[in-house]
Design a protein around this ligand. Structure first.
Ligand SMILES: [Cu+2]
Length: 145
C-alpha cells in the first residue's frame, strides 16, 4: 500500500512539474524593467541661494558696493573697510568652490561656484572676520565704520 501511494505521489509531482515547465514555456514572463536609477541630486546645485537678505528693509541701498575677489584660495583684498550701509560683494574666480562665511554667522554666502557672487549689506559697525568654510585657512575681514 505504502509503495503505491508513494508511486502515486511521485507521478503526481512529476505531472505538476511538467505542467509548470510547460506553462512557463508558453507564457514567458516578461521581467519588468526596474525603474531607471534615480539620478542622485547634486547637493551643491540645490543649495538655496540667499539673495533675499534685503527684502525686509526696502529702503534704497544708499551704500556703495565693495567688491572682494576670491582667487587662488584667497580673499582679495583680505581686508576691506566700508561704511555702515555699504555692501560687500564676493565673487569666486577660482575653479574651486568657496564660501564667505562670517565667523559669528553674521552672513554666509553658501557655496559659491566659479563666477558666482554673494552680496551682503553691513548695517552695523564692527569688525567682521570671515572664512571660507571649505578651506578654513582662507580668512578675511570686513571693517564697518
Ligand atoms: Cu574656499
Amino acid at each position: 500500500m505504502k509503495k503505491t501511494i508513494l508511486m502515486l505521489a511521485i507521478v503526481l509531482v512529476a505531472f505538476l512539474a511538467i505542467g509548470c515547465t510547460q506553462d512557463g514555456g508558453e507564457t514567458p514572463v516578461v521581467e519588468e524593467e526596474a525603474p531607471a536609477e534615480e539620478t542622485p541630486e547634486d547637493a551643491t546645485e540645490e543649495l538655496p541661494v540667499d539673495d533675499t537678505e534685503t527684502t525686509e528693509d526696502e529702503e534704497e541701498p544708499a551704500g556703495v558696493v565693495v567688491e572682494v575677489a576670491i582667487e587662488d584660495f584667497k580673499f582679495v583684498p583680505e581686508s576691506v573697510t566700508i561704511t555702515t550701509g555699504d555692501t560687500v560683494m564676493w565673487t569666486n574666480f577660482d575653479s574651486a568652490p568657496h564660501t564667505a562665511t562670517g565667523n559669528e554667522g553674521e552672513f554666509d554666502s553658501g557655496t559659491l561656484q566659479t563666477d558666482e557672487s554673494f552680496s551682503f549689506t553691513f548695517e552695523e559697525a564692527g569688525s567682521f572676520d570671515y572664512i571660507c568654510t571649505i578651506h578654513p585657512s582662507m580668512e578675511g575681514v570686513v571693517i564697518v565704520e
